[in-house]
Each structure stands twice: as C-alpha cells, then as structure tokens.
Design a protein around this ligand. Structure first.
Ligand SMILES: Nc1ncnc2c1ncn2[C@@H]1O[C@H](COP(=O)(O)OP(=O)(O)OP(=O)(O)O)[C@@H](O)[C@H]1O
Ligand SMILES: [Mg+2]
Length: 228
C-alpha cells in the first residue's frame, strides 16, 4: 500500500515560486492506477516524489509502511532497487548495451548478490514475460520506440519489485504498441505488483482500474474506470 499524505512541493523558477503539488493525499492499494492531467499539472513531480528522487517541503510518503523520507540516501537507493521498478518516458536505457545487458543491470545493484549466471537467468525470465525474447541479443540503439519501451519494462520488473511506476510509458507509441505495453502492465498487475501509469491518453487511463486527475497540483477527480 502507498500512502501519500499532505504532500506539498514547490519549485523556484527564477524569482517565482511554482507550487507543483498542493496538499496531495491519496492511498493506493495495488490496483492499476492512472494519473492524468494537463501538462504541468504535477504528474511527473508526484511520481518523482514517490520514487524518492525528489524531496518535498511538506507531507509524507509511506510505501509498504516505510516512510521514505526517513531513509538515508543509501537506504533509499536500496529501497528503490528492491521495491520499485521505474519506467521513464525516454526509456533511459544504455544504448550500446544489448537488451539482455540492459535488463540485468539493476541486479548488479541489488542487495542480493547474484552470480552472473543467476542474473542472466532472471533477465531472460523478465524478457520472456514481456514477450521480447527475439530481441535478447540485439543492441538497444537499433530498436524501435515500442521495442525500447518493452525493454524498459523488462528492466523494471527484473528485480521482482512490489510496484511499477511508469511515466508516459506509451507516450511515443502507436495503437498497436500501446496495447502491447498495456497488456504487459495489466498482466504484471495481476501478479500482485502495484502499477501506477502517468498518461495523457484517456484510452490508456480507461484501461486502468482507478483514474486520478491532477490539475494545478491538486487532485480534482479520483474514480474507478467505467470501462472495466
Ligand atoms: N525541476 C524543476 N524546476 C522547476 N520547476 C519545475 C521542475 N519540475 C517541474 N517543475 C514545474 O512544476 C510543475 C509541474 O511539473 P510536472 O513536470 O510535474 O508536470 P506534468 O504534469 O508531469 O506535465 P507533463 O504532462 O508536461 O509531463 C510545472 O509548472 C513545472 O514547470
Ligand atoms: Mg510529466
């Protein structure tokens, strides 16, 4: 369970203060959740706070009863590695590494010391689950956007995280690839992994169980999808 309590975040832009999040309080179970809202609404900022890569002035975030702002930097990176799979909008893959190398990389930072053989086996399992085994040996820089996005998801799940946070995971994709990514995320969610998807696309949001709309840093709507 994720509990976000009274989170307030300000950025300073030149001489101006921008309140990116205003007293945001939400409890998320493991249901697949979409966060929607216009550009600048605070969606990415909220995800960054949940990932512990951005601090906030006020409020608290508890993930599985762990108060993430109480962790030291080292504890936080351990926590992130163990609990959270991150899918960024621009994939953040290492372009001259192969798909397999990209997917097994997070296991090198895990508190569990895996042998190279174990890492490869786990990475192959994640790659299989996402259905991209035919790409295993390919170099990432030669892949299409949809393929890279699926590699990014394989990398996010390789360490068996409790949650996946994905920022616009289908932003650059056509309908067919969007469907593929969504069905992968839904499948992972069914195994008990909490999934949060930030999206501009209402078709994507409607395939999530819960839809939370942020506007101007505040939650203005929170409902269950009507199409599911
Ligand atoms: N690092 C930063 N420094 C200063 N201001 C920032 C920073 N990051 C975000 N902001 C501001 O905070 C507000 C929320 O930004 P955020 O990136 O969370 O929006 P978003 O909902 O993800 O938008 P988009 O849909 O365009 O990705 C915006 O006004 C933005 O300009
Ligand atoms: Mg954003």
């Amino acid at each position: 369970m994720i509990e976000i309590k009274h989170v307030t975040k300000e950025f300073i832009q030149g001489k101006q203060r921008v309140r990116a999040l205003k007293d945001v309080t939400i409890t998320l179970q493991n249901e697949m959740t979409a966060i929607i809202g216009t550009s600048g609404a605070g969606k990415s900022t909220l995800l960054h706070i949940l990932m512990g890569i951005e601090p906030c002035e006020k409020g608290n975030v508890e993930i599985d009863n762990i108060s993430i702002f109480d962790l030291t930097e080292k504890e936080l990176s351990r926590f992130r590695n163990e609990y959270i799979g991150i899918v960024m909008q621009h994939y953040s893959l290492i372009s001259d590494f192969s798909v397999l190398e990209n997917v097994y990389l997070p296991l090198s930072f895990s508190k569990v010391r895996y042998s190279k053989k174990e890492k490869i086996a786990k990475a192959k399992k994640a790659i299989d689950l996402i259905g991209i085994d035919y790409l295993t040996k390919r170099c990432v820089e030669d892949l299409s956007g949809g393929e890279m996005q699926r590699v990014a998801i394989a990398r996010a799940i390789v360490g068996s995280p409790h949650y996946i946070f994905a920022d616009e995971p289908t932003g650059a994709l056509d309908n067919e690839n969007t469907e593929k990514i969504l069905s992968v995320l839904q499948q992972i969610n069914k195994t008990g992994v909490g999934v949060i998807v930030v999206t501009h696309d209402m078709d994507v949001a409607n395939q999530c169980k819960r839809i939370i709309r942020l506007e101007d840093g505040a939650i203005v709507d929170d409902r269950l999808s009507q199409t599911l």
